[in-house]
Design a protein around this ligand. Sequence first.
Ligand code: HEM
Length: 553
Amino acid sequence: MALGLLRHASELYAKSSLSFHLRFLGHDISLLSALLAIFVASRVLKLLNGLRAVSSLPGYRVPFQPLAPPGALIPTSWWNPGLYAHWKWKDTLYKDFQNENFSVVPFLLGAPSIYTSNIDVMRQVVSGGEQKTSFQKSPAASRVLIKWGQNLVGAWETGMWRKHRRVMGPAFNNKLHEMVWAETLNTYRQMETVEGWHGKDVVEIPVMQKLTTKLALLIIAKCGFGFTVDCSAPPTGPDGSMTVQEALRVLTDSYIVGLMCPDWVRYLPGFGRIREAFKAFSTFMRKEIEARTAEVRNEEQSAEERMDAFTMLVRANEQETGKLRLSEQEVIGNVFILLFAGHETTANTICATLALLALHQDIQNEVVEQIVTVVGYDRDPAYSDYSDLDKVLSAFYEGLRLFPAAHIMIREAAEDTVLHLPNPVGQEGTTPLPIQKGTQVIVDMVGIQYNPRYFDDPETFRPSRWYGESNESEAFSAFSLGPRACIGRKFATTEAVVFLTMLLREWRVEPLLKEGESRRGWRERVLGSPILGLATAVGEAPVRFVRRKQGGA
Ligand code: HEM
């Protein structure tokens, strides 16, 4: 009897516990379903709002904004355009939508955006500078650029930009460009000695990119900052502290950590050298600013003689007062940003140009013919030869067109506004496209440079399309256009023209093929999948230099 009661009691318990669990699970399921329904509804709402923001311009409807994490970290694939879509899909991207503009509306994370490959649309969004416009640089994207201090590149408000441009503008003058010419020439001569080219008829360069990066770093250090980088100097000084050369090298090698990652990353184990480089470089810059300000104030001879951008920036800043004067931190911010804006862009483009010239011997010969006609063999090229060497410049422009170093520019609508989209080729006028505040406009520089509206046969390396075009011509858009266009354009082209002139006069540049590799294979290996980092970079570009005979190829 007692046993029966016990069994009955335990059955009752089991049943009630089961029904309790089932009820609880039922609650859980309905709670989860409710949460899921709310989430789905909120994402559908986000998608609808995003479509409204871009007036339903056809395009991609994807989980994430492609240029911000996590979209930017996930490889480009059919469901995630990511960082590479504008290069990987450049042949079809705009054809698919039969439009030079398309939208990307994310339903999970990120702002809606419009990609454009049209120069008139680019002009509408990038021209904010002197005048107030409805578009500005995206403050979120610019924050990574101002880690060292507010600066010209990062400034997103008109007033802030104007203040920095007033002081930076005078630094980019003819004297600076003459200095760039002279220093690049010297550096080429040193390179001949250091790399052991003297007396050789053939030299193999396994990684051309390394040479051009070294060149651009030396030039920006000398002409941008006014100091000489001795590549063979030891990494530490007599007191054991990191030398400024080493700090510069570490910082340029690890710019991703320096610019892209939050500050605390530098304090993680394993990042000690980067931390030390930040400290060494900041201390050095503070001391330098103090010293150069004193030189300028006391009108010392040394200040008069210095022509580098840093000294000229300090000099221009000394003439400003009140709110227009840059703080010490802002001076550092501007000097430091020159390193990133001016070094990799130029290095990568010179490398791409040489790779293209290596593949196109006929064009290389045409360029060399002009070099020999203008400069001859008996003297070094002079700064006054610059405009006569337009075929050299055109080769560089064409290298930059095919591999635009600044591959995207991001702008944001600061208010509800209207974009005027030019009608397809053959139809006059524009079509208005209302867009909402917060919408991003991504200027796709790859799309622009490969747009058949502007360039026939856009895939072809044809420097002759630029022959006779003036250096300031707006036909060339890869340095951007309008008041916020690249302040370093002449700096970069001066460096490129003199370096290419010196190198090509002396050497025929050819692809360095692997055993059994065809030129087509080399082309694919070197130029087929560039890296779109801070600046577009082709592959390592292995080349062979073959010494030219005077008067012949
Ligand atoms: C091939 C080389 C270069 C290319 C393709 C290039 C391209 C560009 C582009 C497209 C912009 C506009 C960015 C935007 O508005 O979002 C820009 C701005 C800028 N660049 Fe360059 N650049 C090059 C070399 C240089 C050099 C050598 C320097 C300095 C030494 C430099 C300094 C700057 C600065 C300071 C700005 C900001 C200008 C402003 O906002 O007023 N760049 N560059």
